[in-house]
Design a protein around this ligand. Structure first.
Ligand code: ATP
Ligand code: FE
Length: 363
């Protein structure tokens, strides 16, 4: 079984070929990081054009690197949501084009399910049920995965996701956004004192598994203003030594509290999950923010304290990638969940599903 996976939900154009046994034959990511750094965020129309510009090359490279042609493939998997619909369309269009030309079935993939399930490619012993924390630019989800397509949401964010808080804080601190806000902040935090700034831990009075990062984001903004750091105008590279230390202290303090919030909610989620499914052995942590070393270390501790084993994919599989889409495509394909090859006169119904694919709930 050979699956091509295509991902265009946000700012990365990615494709990969994965074999049925989980062997990764190729993995290509074309990032719009430069665009993002220049314009301060994802502008859907611009992102769509950037995807459209590279999608053919990215898919071709994935096939070339795998030493395959389209006719060798068993099926095509493509992200149908959640994400920016203009961007999703580019990937879906490409997937349908390949599928139609070569008579291949299509598997529509939920982006967040893929972030979770790629952990099963990484660790072949990882059976359902398991607990998963998905932390990325747009999502903060705690999910009890009971089986393929059977997910119980234990918690979500009531405002921003942690990745958004990392990205905004990094920008306000004047960091180099070309390497990504999260990685830049993680690096600077190493130079800072995590107890220098007293940020409040969010939602302690709410005894549930939900998250909130908007307030912490504002606290970072206020800390920057109160120290009179004109950070957005003065990039960190040209800051004085004292100024740099202040910024590092804010970064380290932000990171400590942002992750402490994760730890507290995860600890409770483990308790809830074990009540529902006492046989759980694994705690999966995935999504872009899971590539952060401090996050991994702290959550590994949460897992160990609760007798669970942490499974967190390598960083290249935590951030957006085509492998997770191909692998999730395989998981669905082998149990018969796929669509027949598109034909000329059939309505483009995958396009309508893009709009309705935003929640990861029991299916
Ligand atoms: P979603 O998956 O919610 O649709 P997305 O696909 O844009 O959002 P991902 O690629 O999964 O997000 O993750 C990107 C996010 O991860 C960004 O917010 C980025 O800053 C964050 N991130 C990446 N690396 C790190 C890191 N080392 N530390 C903290 N955050 C990180
Ligand atoms: Fe993602």
């Amino acid at each position: 079984l050979l699956m091509l996976g295509i991902e265009t939900s946000c700012d990365d154009t990615a494709a990969a070929v994965v074999r049925g046994d989980g062997e990764i034959l190729s993995q290509v990511v074309s990032s719009q990081a430069d665009l993002l750094a220049r314009y301060g965020g994802v502008a859907p129309k611009m992102a769509e054009e950037a995807h459209a510009l590279v999608i053919d090359q990215v898919v071709q490279k994935a096939l070339d690197d795998a030493k395959l042609s389209e006719s060798d493939l068993s099926a095509v998997a493509v992200t149908i949501g959640p994400g920016l619909s203009l961007c999703l369309r580019v990937g879906v269009h490409k997937a349908r084009q390949v599928a139609k030309a070569f008579g291949l079935p299509i598997v529509g993939v939920h982006h967040m399910e893929a972030h979770a399930l790629v952990s099963r490619l990484v660790n072949k012993d990882l059976d359902f049920p398991f607990l998963a924390l998905l932390i990325s630019g747009g999502h903060n989800l705690l999910v009890l995965a009971r089986g393929l397509g059977q997910y119980i949401q234990l918690g979500t964010t009531i405002d921003d996701a942690i990745g958004e808080a990392y990205d905004k804080s990094a920008r306000w601190l004047g960091l180099d956004m070309r390497k990504g806000g999260g990685p830049a902040l993680e690096e600077l935090a190493l130079e800072g004192d995590p107890n220098a700034v007293k940020f409040r831990v969010p939602m302690r009075q709410h005894k549930d598994c939900n998250f909130s990062y908007a307030g912490l984001k504002t606290q970072v903004r206020l800390a920057i203003e109160s120290k009179n750091l004109c950070t957005e105008d003065v990039p960190i590279s040209s800051a004085s030594e004292e100024d740099r230390q202040s910024r590092a202290n804010i970064a380290a303090s932000f990171q400590r509290v942002a992750v402490l919030h994760l730890e507290e909610r995860c600890h409770r989620a483990v308790e809830w999950a074990l009540k529902m499914e006492p046989s759980i052995k694994y705690f999966v942590v995935s999504g872009g923010v899971a590539s952060n070393k401090y996050v991994r270390t702290r959550l590994n501790q949460v897992a160990e304290n609760n007798g669970l084993q942490l499974v967190s994919p390598p960083p290249s599989l935590c951030t957006d990638n085509g492998v997770m889409i191909a692998w999730t495509g395989i998981e669905h394909f082998v149990v018969g969940r796929f669509e027949d090859p598109p034909t000329d006169d059939e309505p483009d119904d995958m396009q309508t599903r893009i709009e309705s694919s935003s929640s990861l709930s029991a299916g």
